[in-house]
Design a protein around this ligand. Structure first.
Ligand code: OGA
Ligand code: MN
Length: 211
């Protein structure tokens, strides 16, 4: 069975692109098919149990450090060819990349992503997904992998939006949130259960410095 694919002019993708253009972010509560969500959740859980996830660092390059007072998730970067479900997810993101480039001319060249698991009580303080010394990340995309998530479990993604202020998204399985990496401050609130997701960034080419 090949990895799942959708065409880059699929209505769901066009809706996301339209939202990004109009407001800089998009929320699709039903993005991943249920079976794919379950397979990705199982894959994330397996990696967590096998000890393959590591405490996430903040910063970049030599300045990277683990600081649980800033972010407390455990992550593993994704590579193609590791699991069919992961390749299906990467295929969907590739179709979204093409859809965004066609309509928004963002010049997105690649996509990097990782599994993330926030144990109970872990959080990620308010931040932007862009480094001071590297502005290649243009668009952030988070898909949630949690079965039967209830508001009382916490773990909201809180976005700080220009037009409506604080806006909370529940990390419910299959939901996708996309936003402009350099423009939407956001944070992850603590939860009472393990909180699983796949987080990724569409990047443009690094600006060339001509000397
Ligand atoms: C991140 C992040 C949001 C979320 O990993 O940079 O902000 O809801 N994740 O998991
Ligand atoms: Mn972030």
């Amino acid at each position: 069975m090949p990895a799942m694919q959708i065409p880059s002019d699929h209505p769901l993708l066009l809706r996301i692109v339209d939202d990004l253009y109009a407001q800089g972010w998009s929320q699709q509560n039903i993005f991943l098919p249920q079976d794919l969500t379950q397979e990705l959740a199982a894959e994330c859980h397996k990696r967590s149990v096998q000890g393959e996830l590591s405490p996430a660092a903040v910063g970049r390059g030599p300045n990277q450090e683990v600081r649980e007072g800033i972010r407390g998730d455990h992550i593993q970067w994704l590579e193609p060819g590791e699991a069919l479900a992961c390749d299906s997810y990467l295929g969907l993101m590739e179709s979204l990349r093409i859809a965004m480039n066609r309509r928004l001319f963002l010049g997105l060249e690649d996509f990097e992503s990782h599994f993330a698991m926030y144990p109970p009580g872990a959080f990620y303080l308010k931040h932007l997904d862009r480094f001071r010394d590297d502005d290649r990340r243009m668009v952030s995309a988070v898909v949630y992998l949690n079965d039967a998530w209830l508001p009382e479990h916490g773990g909201h993604l809180r976005m700080y939006l220009d037009d409506r202020g604080e806006y909370d998204v529940l990390p419910t399985g299959g939901c996708l949130v996309v936003f402009l990496s350099g423009e939407v401050p956001h944070e992850v609130m603590p939860a009472t259960r393990d909180r699983l997701s796949l987080t990724g960034w569409f990047r443009r080419r690094a600006a060339q410095v001509l000397l």
